[in-house]
Design a protein around this ligand. Structure first.
Ligand code: GLN
Length: 192
């Protein structure tokens, strides 16, 4: 199982560590050529969505990634990665990959609560650690999107078929629940 981790900017090394702990291989994606190899899944890490979106365009990576997602490749987007996938960002006129039917709100927790830690249930299963850093949340989801976690009534994790997003950073804690959930999506995709 080989997971491509977008490595233009932000917290990608920690994702690779989590994948390694689960026995999955990862490869860093830094240019359009890197997208030509065969991948079983894709991770879009946290960082700064505006910077990542700009780099994806400049490096001609935006369209090929969008194509892969549209054709069913499993993708995990965390924090800024969630914003890259959102069809609409309510407080930003920019759109990036825009493949997932949801409206996200950027830097949604304001200044005081810019970064915080909490624990909450994920996917009707375990209670897991959640680290938020200048995080977005999901304001609204479209058809076919299931909500996997909420904090104080705000949606912070969701899935639409092959797309999984979290507003928090699952790679920054020891817990591997979210990555394991993602790898089970990858296994289903490979088998299907
Ligand atoms: N605030 C960032 C953005 O708007 C996201 C922060 C993060 O990924 N930790 O893209």
């Amino acid at each position: 199982m080989i997971i491509g981790v977008l490595a233009l900017q932000g917290a990608f090394v920690e994702h690779e560590q989590r994948l390694e702990e689960l026995g999955a291989q990862s490869v860093q994606l830094r240019c359009a050529e890197d997208l030509q190899q065969s991948l079983d899944g894709l991770i879009l890490p946290g960082g700064e969505s505006t910077v990542m979106g700009k780099l994806l365009r400049e490096l001609d990576m935006l369209e090929p990634i969008r194509e892969k997602i549209r054709s069913g490749l499993p993708v995990l987007g965390t924090c800024a990665g969630l914003l890259l996938l959102a069809e609409t960002i309510e407080n930003d006129s920019r759109k990036h990959l825009a493949t997932m039917s949801m409206t996200a709100s950027r830097n949604a927790y304001g200044r005081q609560l810019g970064s915080f830690y909490t624990e909450q249930r994920f996917a009707d299963d375990k209670i897991i650690p959640m680290t938020f850093i200048r995080a977005p949340y999901i304001k609204d989801v479209g058809e076919g999107v299931s909500v996997l976690a909420s904090v104080d009534g705000r949606i912070v994790a969701a899935r639409q078929r092959n797309q999984l997003v979290t507003a928090f950073h699952p790679e920054l804690n020891d817990d591997t629940t979210v990555h394991a959930y993602f790898l089970s999506m990858v296994s289903e995709y490979k088998e299907g």
